[in-house]
Design a protein around this ligand. Sequence first.
Ligand SMILES: Nc1nc2c(ncn2[C@@H]2O[C@H](COP(=O)(O)OP(=O)(O)OP(=O)(O)O)[C@@H](O)[C@H]2O)c(=O)[nH]1
Ligand SMILES: [Mg+2]
Length: 162
Amino acid sequence: MAADRLKIVVFGGFNAGKSTFVRALDAGARHIEAKTEGGTTTVAFDFGRFETNGRKVYVFGTPGQERFEFVREILARGMNGAIIVVDATVGCDATTMQTYAWLKEQRTPIAVMLNKCDLPGARPDAYADLLQADMTHRISAREKANVRPAMEAFVASLVESG
Ligand SMILES: Nc1nc2c(ncn2[C@@H]2O[C@H](COP(=O)(O)OP(=O)(O)OP(=O)(O)O)[C@@H](O)[C@H]2O)c(=O)[nH]1
Ligand SMILES: [Mg+2]
């Protein structure tokens, strides 16, 4: 693995909070989105970057809608690790489970972010065992203060195992 530069790709179902997660890591993140009734949806990708321990980390958020499978495949090329964002108020959809199986098959290091834990309807414990990842964090992507340490722990694990 190139020690000083890492590519991490963020997967997860529609509306899980992937774009919010990327923005929490980088206030200057870029997003290619379309308007929906309830807000916005990613139609290409999110891009953010940050540095930790002298390493540059490039973060790509994928679109969650099923029809964008081809975009996810393109963004996944050459990644060092994958994040799966789960909306802990609704759980995992079939597309997320397929992505998870595919990442496991490729032996990509995975960190699961059980998201929206700030909401009263969140049931992270119900989904924690469903996806066996290298690490699992309970977060709110709206809180930068818990997103950054979760990501730094994942980067550290990639560097150690790499
Ligand atoms: N309460 C709460 N809302 C969140 C959290 N994370 C994301 N949201 C909200 O959930 C909605 C969807 O967030 P996005 O970040 O756009 O979700 P996404 O996974 O990128 O969605 P797609 O690109 O359409 O797949 C937005 O209204 C966010 O503000 C969270 O941790 N807590
Ligand atoms: Mg998005």
